[in-house]
Design a binder for this molecule. Structure first.
Ligand code: SF4
Length: 356
């Protein structure tokens, strides 16, 4: 029996090679930035036989946030509001400037580690509007919902959220409904901790793909790949839960019901994927006093992505970072052109750091 993580990974590498022997090419997509990083960091693709290919999908929250969202934050900041944001949004390029550049021009931009910190800032600066940049998936939306409910309980009049939250099922369905090339999905463990594993049944039932909810250690991902290969070999598609030490069938029902109390599904733009029906979350009318879109009228103009940036193709799993002619030369983590290079969870940043 393997004694440690390295031995366990080697053991799983051998088991995958055995199972995959003689099978046609299999393509597995991961849709979580943390999985992307772990796969690159541990060079897991290099441990797999030639007939297994791993590709990244739209799992990095910063990467799928549209460029005009940054423009909106900058424009709101220029009205004198305090912009509060997670640190990884700071350098994301807007169509003209990033939040970091806006800060250099005098906009009050503050990094927070939780939306509740933004709420505290609003309490301290009662004479200023404080806007929290609400991005992310089902993992962060419940936390933002807590902040909005607390703001209402405290009767705060100066706390607002500019929401760009996304939910997984609609985007994955749009992306993979007519897919002919992907055989299986590594489902995001962090999201499933909140939503529960049952949330991802649609992947096997409706999209007809092998599906495994995966943890984040190298051996978790390798074991999940082994589970996907076994499904492909048996010609079946079902949802399995490799991350059962953290993920239950029903998830965190309290967090989900809070998220559903504050937010409702809406059509919305995903960077690289376009408009996705019911793929975004907006603040319900009952909490509209905390919606930055109600408070501020911001026209940001049309948005032009760099025509050579392949982020859109990369987020759909149709291209790899190395396919982009700007990669590593014109576009680096220090001087990012597209969102996939900005976030540490973006495919281009992961490839730059570990894949070259
Ligand atoms: S390397 Fe830069 S420009 Fe090219 S796809 Fe990635 S983020 Fe876009």
């Amino acid at each position: 029996m393997p004694k440690n993580d390295v031995e366990l990974v080697k053991y799983l590498q051998k088991a995958i090679a055995e199972e995959a022997k003689g099978l046609p090419k299999m393509v597995f997509m991961e849709v979580c930035g943390t999985h992307t990083m772990a796969i690159y960091k541990n060079a897991l693709q290099q441990l797999l036989p030639n007939n297994i290919k791993l590709i990244s999908g739209p799992g990095c929250p910063v990467c799928v946030t549209p460029m005009n969202y940054i423009d909106e934050l900058v424009a709101i900041g220029k009205t004198g509001a305090i912009i509060t944001t997670f640190g990884d949004m700071l350098r994301v390029p807007g169509s003209r400037i990033s939040l970091q550049q806006a800060a250099a021009q005098g906009v009050d931009v503050r990094i927070v580690y939780s939306p509740l910190e933004a709420l505290e800032i609003a309490e301290v600066y009662a004479d200023k509007a404080v806007v929290f940049a609400g991005i992310g998936f089902e993992t962060t939306a419940p936390l933002v919902a807590v902040a909005i409910v607390k703001a209402k309980q405290k009767a705060l009049k100066n706390f607002f959220v500019l929401t760009a939250h996304k939910t997984m099922p609609s985007a994955l369905t749009t992306l993979l409904r007519d897919n002919k090339t992907i055989n299986g999905l590594l489902c995001p463990g962090h999201v499933a901790v909140v939503t529960g594993s049952d949330y991802f049944h649609f992947v096997s039932k409706e999209l007809g793909l092998a599906a495994v909810i995966a943890g984040f250690e190298a051996h978790d991902i390798m074991q999940s790949i082994l589970m996907l290969v076994k499904q492909c070999k048996a010609g079946i598609t079902k949802l399995e839960n490799q991350y059962s030490r953290m993920v239950t069938a029903e998830g965190n029902t309290k967090a989900m019901s809070l998220m559903n109390e504050v937010f409702e599904p809406s059509d919305g733009l995903w960077r690289g994927l376009g408009n996705i029906k019911n793929g975004s979350l907006v603040i319900r009318a009952k909490f509209k006093a905390y919606d930055a879109k109600e408070k501020f009228t911001v026209f940001t103009g049309s948005v032009q992505e760099d025509e050579n940036c392949l982020c859109g193709q990369i987020l759909k799993g149709l291209a790899r970072p190395a396919d982009c002619k700007l990669f590593g030369d014109m576009c680096t983590p220090e001087h990012p052109i597209g969102a996939c290079m900005v976030s540490s969870e973006g495919s281009c940043a992961a490839h730059y750091r570990y894949g070259r």
